[in-house]
Design a binder for this molecule. Structure first.
Ligand SMILES: [Zn+2]
Length: 95
C-alpha cells in the first residue's frame, strides 16, 4: 500500500488499494479432485552401478520430492507441477 500523509486512508489510497487487490490468483490444483493443498513427500533412493575399471559398485543417492494432494493422496512430480504452472502462465499472457 503506498504511503500517504493523511492519517485516515484517503480516497486515492483506497482506489489504489482496490486496483492492487484485483490481482488474479490461480492455483495449481489436483487434476483428480481439484484440491489446492499439497504435502511434500520425499523418496530416498540409492542407485548402484558398476564402473568398468573396478569390481566395486558405486552408488548415487537420489532424493526425489513429490507433492501429494492432501485430499485424495494423488502425487505429482515437480516437473508435472512446473508444467501445469507454465500452462497457467501462458493462459494469462497478454497478447
Ligand atoms: Zn486430489
Amino acid at each position: 500500500m503506498p504511503d500517504c500523509l493523511c492519517r485516515v486512508p484517503c480516497a486515492v489510497q483506497v482506489i489504489l488499494w482496490g486496483i492492487l487487490m484485483d490481482d488474479i490468483l490461480e492455483f495449481f490444483v489436483c487434476d483428480a479432485c481439484s484440491n489446492k493443498d499439497f504435502n511434500l513427500v520425499y523418496n530416498f533412493c540409492l542407485r548402484f552401478h558398476g564402473v568398468n575399471f573396478s569390481d566395486d559398485l558405486i552408488y548415487d543417492k537420489i532424493v526425489e520430492e513429490r507433492y501429494q494432494c492432501s485430499a485424495c493422496k494423488k502425487t505429482f512430480t515437480k516437473k508435472e507441477v512446473e508444467e501445469a504452472m507454465s500452462k497457467i502462465r501462458r493462459k494469462h499472457k497478454r497478447h
